[in-house]
Design a protein around this ligand. Structure first.
Ligand SMILES: [Zn+2]
Ligand SMILES: [Zn+2]
Length: 136
């Protein structure tokens, strides 16, 4: 997404796109590796010296509330962030720690449970070895 596209996308979700918010969303849009607050902060602080970890945290909280980002919990007590807001599962490699998206067709429909529930998020995590680590 370009910066203009992001500003419009955030505006549609009633979020004012400050420079820092724009930087954080843009980061998540670019890096789909499910970063933590610490990772995002450490990667952005060089370009945005005024940024604080609290701002990163609060911005992500706002993004989740407004539904433009989803929170992903793969390990206890560690929130990760995903700009992909479709329902999908995750795979974590036990060896290198990389986290991958797993898209299953019909997941949304199957999670609907015959119209009884409206599912907003799922936390479905697989573990094993990624393709890189399998070959080693
Ligand atoms: Zn791996
Ligand atoms: Zn994901």
């Amino acid at each position: 997404m370009t910066n203009t596209e992001i500003v419009n996308f955030l505006r549609e979700a009633s979020i004012k796109a400050s420079t820092q918010r724009l930087a954080i969303y843009s980061y998540l849009d670019k890096y789909r590796n499910h970063p933590t607050v610490d990772t995002i902060y450490n990667d952005l602080i060089g370009d945005y010296p005024m940024l604080s970890k609290t701002t990163v945290y609060n911005t992500l909280k706002l993004f989740i509330e407004k539904g433009v980002v989803q929170g992903v919990i793969i390990e206890d007590g560690e929130m990760r962030y995903d700009a992909n807001i479709t329902l999908h599962a995750h795979f974590k490699c036990k060896k290198c720690g990389s986290i991958h998206d797993i898209f299953m067709s019909g997941l949304q429909e199957r999670c609907n449970f015959e119209g009884k529930f409206k599912v907003d998020e799922i936390h479905l995590n697989y573990r094993g070895l990624c393709d890189k680590c399998c070959g080693e």
